[in-house]
Design a protein around this ligand. Structure first.
Ligand code: APR
Length: 238
């Protein structure tokens, strides 16, 4: 069977790049109200407040750099594919640190902070500057319809059908830096396990689905991920 690796990442992999996690004690949702800032109702209620929240995170992302964990996953992808394996990186993160580290086979299931989407015509545009309610869509011209291309609570994540089409043939699965608190991502490890895959949790501590993994490595991602990438590659393609 062709070695098929699916890696799921969460905000913990970007923590050491200076970007916030969500559910840690000092996390984003401890400081900000997700119902006002990460739901369609919140955006309808006060779009300017939501834009200010994501504009601040976008500016913060411009100051951030990929860390050794992002780089190790990109190196692993290239070596795994070169060795004839199948590789998919699914991220819940909306930052572009995986891309900047060199990852290519990437699914942003919660969208991308550096993209805008028109609420009227769904046009997507690269977006590295602030968004506001006075801006107009380049495609349809409507004003006040632009939003970050980010999947909010209650909205359908991106690429889920593709991910569930890959999981039944996965031989190796790893969740890196995620609490396993948000579905459907929280169910991927169990799905991979049902396919007979070895499943790894790499985080600071066991997440909400910690019990379903066959292996676990706890510690900071910049320390655990590079060593894990070397190990899984040599064990699989020895
Ligand atoms: N190294 C490794 N893991 C870390 C590090 C680190 N330096 N710092 C934190 N972690 C771990 C935490 O232990 C936790 O398990 O990363 C995880 C972060 O969990 P959350 O804050 O819940 O973030 P995440 O799992 O990505 O949240 C999923 O929830 O709010 C939504 O859309 C948002 O994509 C996000 C989703």
């Amino acid at each position: 069977m062709t070695p098929s690796l699916l890696i799921l990442t969460g905000s913990g992999i970007s923590a050491e790049s200076g970007l916030g996690t969500f559910r840690d004690t000092d996390g984003i949702w401890a400081k900000f109200d997700w119902q006002r800032l990460a739901t369609p109702d919140g955006f309808r209620e006060d779009p300017a407040e939501v834009h200010a929240f994501y504009n601040a995170r976008r500016r913060g992302l411009m100051e951030a750099e990929p860390n050794p964990a992002h780089k190790a996953l990109a190196t692993l992808e290239a070596a795994w594919v070169r060795s004839g394996g199948n590789f998919t990186l699914v991220t819940q993160n909306i930052d572009d640190l995986h891309e900047r580290a060199g990852s290519e086979r990437l699914i942003h299931m919660h969208g991308e902070l550096l993209q805008s989407r028109c609420g009227a015509c769904s046009d997507l545009q690269a977006c590295r500057d602030d968004l506001s309610i006075t801006m107009s869509c380049r495609a349809c011209g409507r004003e006040g319809q632009l939003r970050p291309n980010v999947v909010w609570f209650g909205e359908m994540p991106i690429g889920v059908d593709e991910i569930f089409s890959i999981l039944p043939s996965v031989t190796h699965f790893a969740a890196v830096g995620t609490s396993g608190a948000v579905w459907p991502a929280a169910g991927f490890a169990e799905e991979a396990g049902r396919a007979g895959a070895t499943t790894w949790e790499l985080s600071l501590e066991a997440g909400e689905s910690g019990h379903v993994f066959t292996h676990a490595v706890y510690g900071k991602a910049t320390e655990t991920v590079p060593a894990w990438c070397d190990r899984i590659l040599s064990e699989t393609f020895a």
